[in-house]
Design a binder for this molecule. Sequence first.
Ligand SMILES: CC(=O)NC[C@@H]1CCN(c2c(Cl)cnc3[nH]c(-c4cn(C)nc4C)nc23)C1
Length: 272
Amino acid sequence: TQPQKPKKTWELNNFDIGRLLGRGKFGNVYLAREKESQFVVALKVLFKRQIGESNVEHQVRREIEIQSHLRHPHILRLYAYFHDDVRIYLILEYAPQGTLFNALQAQPMKRFDERQSATYIQALCSALLYLHERDIIHRDIKPENLLLGHKGVLKIADFGWSVHEPNSMRMTLCGTVDYLPPEMVQGKPHTKNVDLWSLGVLCFELLVGHAPFYSKNYDETYKKILKVDYKLPEHISKAASHLISKLLVLNPQHRLPLDQVMVHPWILAHTQ
Ligand SMILES: CC(=O)NC[C@@H]1CCN(c2c(Cl)cnc3[nH]c(-c4cn(C)nc4C)nc23)C1
């Protein structure tokens, strides 16, 4: 790769701050524009005190370190960061079409057709392959953490702790439990195969409009997850059902590997 340009240091008054994009436990995300270049970004503001109180400093440092080196069309860029006495500022790529969660809600039937769903799953799969090659796992993939960039291109947006947009209702104290794989529900150590499970949950939700193990409370959801108890509606194609059934597998080792998901007949049939 070409030698990195000397790092410019940034500060808050390099930016015009725009509307609030999302609100989170550690801080908020604002639309912002760099004054000289007029370049539009998303500025994520984290409060040092909240980070200190929850002693996640090391996690913040690690996540920033990882995120700033990632370069992939389906992973949201972290361009740079800076801090003052009170806050840490992350200069992030701005995704103009918002979250996949909102896009799903905006669908007339609250779900996508097979072509659109397969396009999102393929994009996510290629991003996960890139992350797994670098031993980065558990990107917490769920619609709230996936953004849509220019031309609706999917981007994994989270790096460790999700930010709740003003209107994503599905947040519980630790975020929705719908996407947790059995091994995490049981508090076992998780491997990169947790992402395969979440990919299956997401595939189901995009096609159906709700998560496979969704129920009225945590305990019900946990029970269904541990029993892999889900039902696919009639309108789902056999190929999609097959892929979902190869990802929502109790034993993490038996889930379909990402390189095989990429060439699954359902993916190939619905993406050019
Ligand atoms: C977990 C998570 O990252 N959720 C979304 C966070 C809040 C706004 N964040 C954005 C980030 Cl980090 C980057 N780009 C964004 N674009 C938007 C957005 C655009 N529209 C039209 N509506 C919204 C909302 N939001 C962002 C991230």
